[in-house]
Write a protein that binds this ligand. Structure first.
Ligand code: PMP
Ligand code: GLN
Length: 401
């Protein structure tokens, strides 16, 4: 806990830091913080080594090296039909986290309101608070569908930004085109800018399709589309992210970026430019591999007595543990980490509504199949170790709350 005054007191230690430290302390398989336990493609690492050796070691242009901005512009053109000007409408950041932070700083005035759907990725609220804005979570329905009434009730005259995350961490939801159209109409009517966090754009399963909201009528001018190379190329430590946005929005977010990190390591940018240029055939392979990991972990969690909410996207899944007699997500996640050797994230950290999310745990499946098998084996002891609770096995009824 902080010993000096800080406006971030409520956000003191991120749940990722807390759970990864606990996993390390107990030698647990870490299915909490989302990072792969396998390496990204070797040619990208080789390209970075070459770029470092060639002397790309001084500051890069603040908005990113031309090769990466060009690679991003042509990729979003090929995949989504967006046509940003690589000079003025594509900006490189030190990860999507910095892109979100700088976007919120650049676009919000103190007193503005920032909305995001609940459960939300934790940096959204912290970024709003650091900008002097207020943060308001908007609940989805019980099955994670869009609830327009909830959105209307929570937005005010001061709503400046709506942060959208599709595919969505931690739920695995992929917003449908109908939901995105309703959101687009709402934002156009109320002159709200959308910050669309699409870092899991290539991780969608089954029939789900990822649609950037910037493609919808009236949205190009009012959307900052953010992505990251971290998830797609399994190189989370590199922190190369980017934003694509109309030039007026780009000017404002670049202003903040200059004073946050100023620029991002140029050799890593160079390697990522090559990665993006060469990867159109890699994305379907990545997706197929992740679908196999997803299906395996769903089977293993189910066998351990958990009710999994099947994810349509991302590399996370939420599972309900009440049938095993646990009642609190923090208690459950600490128990499986310290007693069974498998760490997961308690998702109540991603909710503003009191008590929400307390019956769920988030498991990451960005791991080798053998790691997931081993985690499943450990979790198979859950039934015999579960506390005696009001839910005896086989008698579970979902609560109406
Ligand atoms: N947005 C979401 C929804 C995430 O899950 C993450 C985390 N990995 C990020 C943003 C941050 O991405 P980066 O590692 O590129 O900062
Ligand atoms: N995005 C990662 C997750 O959701 C965590 C990134 C971080 O540690 N900030 O697990």
């Amino acid at each position: 806990m902080p010993t000096v005054p800080t406006k971030l007191e409520a956000y003191a230690v991120s749940i990722f830091t807390e759970m990864s430290a606990l996993a390390l302390e107990h030698g647990a398989i870490n299915l909490s913080q989302g990072y792969p336990d396998f390496q990204g493609p070797a040619f990208i690492v080789e390209a970075a080594v070459e770029a470092l050796r060639s002397g790309l070691n001084q500051y890069a242009p603040s908005h990113g090296i031309p090769a990466l901005r060009q690679a991003v512009a042509s990729k979003v053109g090929r995949f989504y039909g967006l046509r940003p000007d690589p000079e003025d409408e594509v900006t490189v950041f030190s990860g999507a986290t910095e892109a979100i932070f700088s976007t919120v700083q650049g676009l919000c005035q103190p007193g503005d309101q920032v909305l995001a759907f609940e459960p939300y990725y934790d940096s959204y609220a912290a970024s709003a608070i650091m900008a002097g804005a207020s943060f308001q979570a908007v609940p989805l329905t019980r099955d994670f569908s869009l609830d327009m009434e909830a959105l209307e009730r929570r937005s005010t005259r001061r709503t400046r930004l709506l942060i959208l995350n599709t595919p969505m961490n931690p739920t695995g939801k992929v917003f449908s085109e109908a939901e995105l159209s309703a959101l687009a109409r709402f934002c156009v009517e109320r002159d709200i800018t959308v910050v669309s966090d699409e870092v899991y754009e290539h991780l969608v399963y089954g029939d789900s399709v990822h649609v950037p909201i910037a493609m919808l009528p009236g949205m190009w001018e009012r959307t900052v589309t953010i992505s990251s190379t971290a998830k797609t190329f399994s190189l989370t430590g590199w922190k190369i992210g980017y934003a694509v946005a109309h030039r007026d929005l780009s000017i404002a977010i670049r202003m903040a970026h200059q004073y946050v990190t100023f620029c991002t390591p140029p050799a890593l940018q160079q390697a990522m430019a090559l990665a993006i240029e060469r990867s159109d055939d890699y994305y379907p392979v990545l997706r197929a591999e992740y679908q196999e990991r997803r299906d395996l972990l769903m089977t293993l969690l189910h066998a351990a007595g958990l009710r999994v909410i099947p994810p349509d996207g991302t590399y996370f899944m939420m599972a309900d543990f009440r049938e095993l007699g646990f009642h609190d997500d923090r208690e459950f996640c600490r128990f499986i980490t310290t007693e069974l050797g498998v760490a997961a994230i308690p998702p109540s950290a991603f909710y503003q509504s009191p008590g929400a999310g307390r019956h769920l745990a988030r498991f990451a499946f960005c791991k080798d199949l053998s790691t997931l098998e081993k985690a499943g084996e450990r979790l198979s002891r859950l039934r015999s170790r579960a506390p005696a609770g009001p839910f005896r096995m086989g008698t579970f009824q979902p609560s109406s709350s």
